[in-house]
Write a protein that binds this ligand. Structure first.
Ligand code: VAH
Length: 311
């Protein structure tokens, strides 16, 4: 049986639905600290669970005979800058809980998401390699970088089968992001359809790595299904989808909605974005487990607008 922690979030919701499709609804237990959308709540088992509560976690794992855990609960970059200690406690304690369940051999396999936020201002910005200077300068990035070190440590010392991806900004029409710096790339489509205009909180020329959600889910399932001996990176894999600036994204939307107007009012999130890479080299993921992205910006815009459009 599979447990998803943070199942009501942006990635968790879609991951739960994809895993239920694959393994059967009753084999995939969704959990979160709050309730989620109807689809998620009604399609299979759901538990209210605080990821920082080890005893509660252990109990759910024993009750449902869980052997595989996806830990998707986290505080994202923009919110984490406002609540540094809460972010550190949530992001790290939840990870230690799951890693320790792995160490105790109460679960066999773990997925934990890292992020391109592990990189910092001294990192080479273009085609950022798997192994390079990191030095993250955000609370969220520091928690992800530390998490990666601990994942690798638990694999080496305690033989815990933990696997991870450094996700870029993720774009989906099914779920909203919350508290991140890449959120503009989802908000823009909603606002383009509702208001015909969007004010972006990043500058027009800020290129960031991004990915369409279907690619991110496919990558996650692919990594988790790969033979263990093919997973050479036990910290976290670079993963690349596309890379674009807000102004390129605005042009892409205008290709479909010619009257769409974009304006710019950068806030504190600009500094976060400035510390991150603009594009990612994911050759390790390609070589080790055959990763290849399918969605570019054009296709993303088509999918987003087609699915969000009110009929
Ligand atoms: C954030 N979407 O903006 C997240 C992410 C690529 C960055 O991990 O905080």
């Amino acid at each position: 049986y599979i447990l998803i922690i943070g199942a009501c979030g942006q990635i968790g919701t879609e991951l739960t639905m994809a895993l239920r499709e694959k393994h059967g609804n009753d084999h995939v237990i969704a959990s979160d600290i709050r309730e989620g959308n109807d689809n998620l709540m009604e399609s299979g088992p759901f538990e209210i669970l605080d990821a920082t509560d080890y005893d509660a976690l252990e109990e759910v794992i024993a009750y449902y005979e869980i052997n595989e855990v996806y830990l998707m609960a986290a505080m994202l970059s923009a919110t984490a800058e406002k609540f540094p200690m809460r972010a550190w406690n949530l992001n790290m304690n939840s990870l230690f809980n799951v890693l320790n369940l792995g160490k105790e051999k109460k679960i066999d396999k773990i997925f934990w998401p890292s992020s391109i936020a592990v990189f910092g201002p001294n990192t080479p910005k273009d085609h950022t390699p798997q192994n390079t200077i990191m030095e993250p300068s955000t609370v969220y990035g520091i928690s992800k970088q530390s998490g990666e070190r601990w994942c690798e440590y638990y694999f080496n010392k305690f033989d815990v089968d933990v696997r991870s991806i450094r996700y870029p900004g993720l774009i989906s029409w099914k779920t909203m992001p919350g508290g991140g710096t890449t959120d503009y790339a989802v908000e823009i489509y909603h606002k383009a359809l509702s208001d015909g205009a969007y004010t972006c909180f990043l500058k027009e020329d800020t290129a960031l790595p991004m990915m369409f959600m279907d690619d991110a889910i496919r990558a996650t399932l692919q990594l988790m299904e790969a033979e263990g001996n093919r997973i050479k990176v036990r910290s976290s894999y670079n993963l690349s989808g596309m890379s674009f600036t807000p102004s390129e994204m605005a042009q892409s939307v205008q290709g479909k909605l010619p009257n769409f107007k974009m304006s710019y009012a950068p806030d504190f999130r600009q500094a976060i974005a400035d510390s991150w890479p603009s594009s990612i080299d994911d050759s390790n993921a390609q070589q080790d487990w055959g990763w290849k992205a399918e969605f570019d910006l054009k296709r993303t815009t088509e999918e987003m607008l087609a699915n969000l459009k009110p009929d």
